[in-house]
Design a binder for this molecule. Sequence first.
Ligand SMILES: Nc1ncnc2c1ncn2[C@@H]1O[C@H](COP(=O)(O)OP(=O)(O)OP(=O)(O)O)[C@@H](O)[C@H]1O
Length: 392
Amino acid sequence: MGCLSCLLGRKVDSPINRLADLDEELSRIHNVNLYTYKELRIATDDFNPINQVGEGGFGSVYKGRLRNGKIAAIKVLSAESKQGVPEFLTEIKVISDIEHGNLVKLYGCCAEGNHRILVYNYLENNSLAQTLLGGGHSSIQFNWRTRTKICIGVARGLAFLHEEVQPHIIHRDIKASNILLDKDLTPKISDFGLAKLIPPSMTHVSTRVAGTIGYLAPEYAIRGQLTRKADIYSFGVLLVEIVSGRCNTNTRLPLEERYLLERTWELYERKELVGLVDTALNGDFDAEQACGFLKIGLLCTQDTPKLRPSMSTVVKMLTGEVDIDNNKITKPGLISDFLDLKVRSTPEIKPDINTTSYNMSTGSDNLDNSTLSSGTSSRATATFTALYERSI
Ligand SMILES: Nc1ncnc2c1ncn2[C@@H]1O[C@H](COP(=O)(O)OP(=O)(O)OP(=O)(O)O)[C@@H](O)[C@H]1O
C-alpha cells in the first residue's frame, strides 16, 4: 500500500488515510476513472465464478454492476503484471481517451496494490468466436447484411486505430474472440492497447492455440517484425472467416480443407470462390459482394507486407468506393506452409525456430517502420514457438 507514496516520492503521514487522496491525485494527473477494489468486489459479488464470462490470456473477465448502475465487463489482469501505477495509468489513459463506434469503451481501471483491473463497457452478444464461429451454440442469425455490417465495422475500427489515433496503435491480436457484439450486433474491437500493459518478459499465450496461429502474419510470427501490416493480415483472415462462417484452422477436416486461407487461394485459382461462402446462408447473399470480400481477404494476407492495402483502403473496397484490383492478388502468405515443413520433418531434426530460414519477402511497411524492440520480437518468437510446440 505504502508503495503509492514511494512512487510519488512523497512523505505520507498516515498511509491509510492518505491512500484515497493519492489515488485521486494520480487519477487527476492521468485523467483516468479509478475504481476501488472494494467497488469491483461488490460489483462482481466478490469475483463470484457465477459472474465470470470469460477467460483469456490476460486474465479472467467478470460481468458486474457498478455503483452508478452500469453493467461492466471487469477484466482482472494476471498477477504477473507488475507494472507500476503511474506507468499503468499512462497506458490506461491512452486507451481510455480513444473513442470510436467500433471499439470497446474502457470506463476506467483499478490499480490498488498488486491489483490491475480494467473496466469496460459490457457487450451483450459475446464475441464472434463464441457466436458465428461457435459451432451452432448461439441463436444469433448472421444473415448477409449483418455480416457486411460486421466486416465494415471492424475495418473502420482498425482503420481508426491505425490511421487516426496519434501515435497510431497496432492491435497485434485481431481475431474472432476479440470482436465483441453489442445488442444490435454492431462489432466492437476489444483488447487494443493491452499488449503494452504486459511486461515483455511475460509471454501472452492464447487460449485458442490453433486459431491464433492462423491469424499471425508470417513476418510477425517468425521474425517478430511488427507493423500495421501484421494487423491487416489478421483482419484478412477474420474477413474470410466471417464470409465462410468457419474458423481459420480446423484440424478435423481433411488436410486440403484444414487451413481456410489455403482453401481460399485454391478456390480463387479455380474461380470457385463462391463455394466458400457459408452454407448456413442458404444461398441468400450477394454473390458478387461476397466474392469481393474474399478477394479483399486475399489482398490483406499477401505474403509481402507492402502489397497489403491500408485499412482505410480496405474500408473503401468493402463499401464499394474503390475497386478491387484482381491483378494484385497473388498467393497469400501461409503460416501453414511453414508449419507443414516443420510437421513433416522428423522429430530428431526438428529445426530451431530462430535459425530456420523462411522463404519470405521482406517488404517494409509503407505506412510506418515500427518494427519493435528485440524484447517484443523475442516475445513474438516465443509466442510462436509455444504455439508451434503445442500444435504438433
Ligand atoms: N467488454 C466485454 N463485454 C462482454 N464480454 C466480454 C467483454 N470483454 C471480454 N468478454 C468476454 O470474456 C472473454 C475473454 O476475453 P479476453 O479478451 O480476456 O480473452 P480472449 O480474447 O477470449 O482470449 P485471449 O486472451 O487468448 O486473446 C471474451 O471471449 C468474452 O466472452
